[in-house]
Design a protein around this ligand. Structure first.
Ligand SMILES: C[S@@+](CC[C@H](N)C(=O)[O-])C[C@H]1O[C@@H](n2cnc3c(N)ncnc32)[C@H](O)[C@@H]1O
Length: 291
């Protein structure tokens, strides 16, 4: 496939499989609502006790939606935390924001040396499609380093291995394609089984993992309406179109038209099924006080 036939989306790196542009901002903000609802309207599950002036790191901030809401929630409680948002791309950052929230461009795998022992809390959501083993190891070491002794880490990820979204011929083909792409990119697919031992190895303690099944398509009806519509779930998969096509289509979709048709047919299968869901994990862990 020649460059001029690829969709005009902005991709910040070849390792990260999704775009980082204004279309993606809209998707991330919609997804934020779905995730928060699945976790009983909570922005955070770590047992935090933050005070005014405490520093919070929002890693892989994307549109900054979590940071803006977390800051506002704390202001209501009379606490003004200082939030540092980082991401490998600034393209999704908000234009206006309160002065106690800061945005900068860094990789979580390589944070500024002067940030050691700085943050009382570090939050990171949905970087699984940007990470291989080497990056995860560097990232967890960096997050440990920049947390203050006693500080909390919270990671939110979704399962990319035990997919429950192959419910018909098209969605099964899409899942097999995605599996091949993830394997080639070294994406960690059993992310919860992988992360908890890694956190222990890095030095974290009090490691806990909570899960929530989040419905997709027709299953939303039996789950009280929460979850992704087939179309919303499909928009996420449309984001990987460029890596799929530049990777040669993985024997499933060789052209933009074939890929679009595959996702559209999968969306219909998801909306017609009551079996489709994804699993979200929230992993909390603490840096020992005596480190
Ligand atoms: C799926 S988005 C999630 C954004 C946000 N955390 C949320 O939940 O709405 C993943 C984000 O990770 C960022 N990202 C990818 N690789 C990264 C890295 N090595 N360090 C920091 N951010 C990264 C991407 O640019 C993107 O904004």
């Amino acid at each position: 496939m020649t460059e001029e036939h690829l969709p005009q989306r902005y991709y910040p790196s070849t390792q990260y499989l999704l775009p980082a542009d204004q279309e993606e901002v809209a998707r991330l903000n919609e997804q934020h609502r779905i995730i928060i609802k699945a976790f009983e309207d909570k922005l955070s599950l770590a047992p935090l006790s933050l005070n005014t002036g405490d520093k919070v790191l929002e890693s892989a901030a994307g549109s900054g939606v979590w940071a803006l809401e977390f800051a506002a929630e704390n202001i209501v409680k009379g606490v003004e935390v200082d939030i540092e948002c980082i991401d490998i791309s600034a393209k999704q950052y908000p234009v206006t924001y309160p002065s106690h929230i800061h945005f900068s461009v860094h990789s979580v795998a390589n944070l500024p040396p002067e940030w050691s022992n700085t943050f009382s809390y570090a939050h990171q959501r949905l970087v699984v499609l940007a990470m291989n083993d080497t990056l995860w190891r560097s990232a967890m070491k960096e997050l440990f380093r920049v947390l203050k002794p006693g500080g909390w880490l919270e990671l939110i990820e979704f399962e990319t291995k035990r997919f429950h979204c192959g419910v018909g011929p098209s969605s099964n083909r899409l899942c097999s394609l995605v599996d091949k792409l993830f394997t080639e990119k070294g994406i960690i697919q059993d992310v919860s089984d992988y992360l908890c031992p890694l956190l222990k190895e890095v030095g974290f303690i009090d490691i806990q993992c909570q899960t929530r099944d989040v419905s997709v398509g027709g299953r939303r009806i039996i789950e009280g309406g929460n979850g992704y519509t087939g179309e919303q779930w499909g928009e996420g998969w449309m984001g990987i179109k460029v890596p799929v096509l530049t990777g040669g289509g993985y024997g499933v979709a060789n052209t933009t038209e074939e890929f679009d048709a595959l996702v559209q047919a999968s969306v219909r299968e998801w909306n017609d099924s009551k079996e489709v869901y994804t699993i979200f994990y929230v992993i909390t862990a603490r840096k020992p006080v005596s480190s």
